[in-house]
Ligand binder design. Structure first.
Ligand code: SF4
Ligand code: SF4
Length: 296
């Protein structure tokens, strides 16, 4: 039987999404594979003590490369580049890798064939051993690199392969924040989406945006309202909205400094203080999630 994938997302960063994902992974231990799809700001490895055991290069797109031995510095490439990616430095035409969009135009106009298009390493993919005898697939995008949607897809594929190989029951995915290409990539193939929001006006606004996205993919979702006691009026609005969307609230977590203390010690809350009320609520929410998946 293939692993069930639970994708944890939020409309914006800072809602507690990663801490909650790490807690679910910690609770389920060796039954899970973790996929960190927040590749632009990956930090789940810190909470789960990843050892970076295996590394693979991640290549995406192409970039122009000028062979200086063949270049006669005629300037034609610079004239046609619409991305201002070619500059003259020390009397030599050179390509700025970060600005180059790999369109091939310069290589087509170069009279001496000095420009070659090369695939570019834009990041690293890792498979790590983590706490509780589990494994994690995570990645790091290079500075200024784009294509995080592709890297997210790669993390997910690798996590699925590892889950199948090791006969795991769950994939817990920490999705990308927002509603852009990386989050769409994070959501593909999800069995259940956990929406994490907080009791603020922007929290409600972002929740609506993400739910709109989920509807287009017909994905089933549940919700965790973090720091619900920050603003009871907004929490009521969030709950009314979720009711109308037929989304179950699996936890309402109060503002609690223990959450921040656990983070500062690089631990999921359920590891930091497994008996505190907050940890109990998180454990209860994971149980409800498994129940909804038909596993309890
Ligand atoms: S078009 Fe070719 S030869 Fe001319 S400056 Fe560019 S790389 Fe050099
Ligand atoms: S491939 Fe396109 S973007 Fe890159 S340097 Fe050449 S013309 Fe500019």
């Amino acid at each position: 039987m293939s692993a069930k994938e639970i994708v944890v997302i939020s409309g914006k960063g800072g809602t507690g999404k990663t801490s909650l994902s790490a807690s679910f992974a910690y609770l389920e231990g060796k039954n899970t594979i973790v996929a960190d799809c927040d590749v632009d700001a990956a930090n789940m490895h810190l909470l789960l003590g990843a050892d970076f055991e295996k590394q693979e290069d991640f290549y995406s797109g192409e970039v122009a490369f000028i062979n200086e031995d063949c270049c006669i510095n005629c300037g034609k490439c610079k004239e046609v580049c619409r991305f201002d990616a070619i500059n003259v430095i020390d009397n030599q035409h050179r390509v700025d890798n970060i600005s180059c969009e790999g369109c091939w135009y310069c290589s087509r106009v170069c009279p001496t064939g000095a420009i070659e298009m090369k695939t570019q390493k834009v990041g690293d993919l890792y498979v790590s051993n983590i706490k509780k005898e589990s494994k994690m697939v995570h990645a790091k995008l290079g500075f200024g690199a784009e294509n995080s949607g592709k890297l997210v897809a790669k993390v997910k594929t690798k996590a699925k392969e590892e889950a199948a190989k090791l006969n795991k029951r769950y994939i817990v995915t920490d999705g990308s924040p927002g509603v852009g290409c990386p989050v769409i990539s994070s959501l593909s193939g999800a069995n259940l989406v956990v929406l994490v929001t907080e009791a603020t006006v922007s929290g409600l606004h972002d929740l609506k945006r993400v739910q709109k996205l989920l509807k287009t993919f017909s994905l089933k979702a549940v919700c965790i309202i973090n720091k619900y006691d920050l603003n009871q009026k907004i929490t009521d609005e969030i709950e009314n909205y979720l009711k109308g969307e037929d989304i179950v609230v699996v936890a309402k977590l109060p503002y609690d400094e223990t959450f921040t203390k656990a983070l500062s010690e690089a631990k999921p809350i359920v590891e930091y203080d497994s008996d505190c009320d907050l940890a109990k609520s998180v454990k209860d929410s994971w149980k409800k999630i498994k129940n909804i998946l038909g596993d309890v």
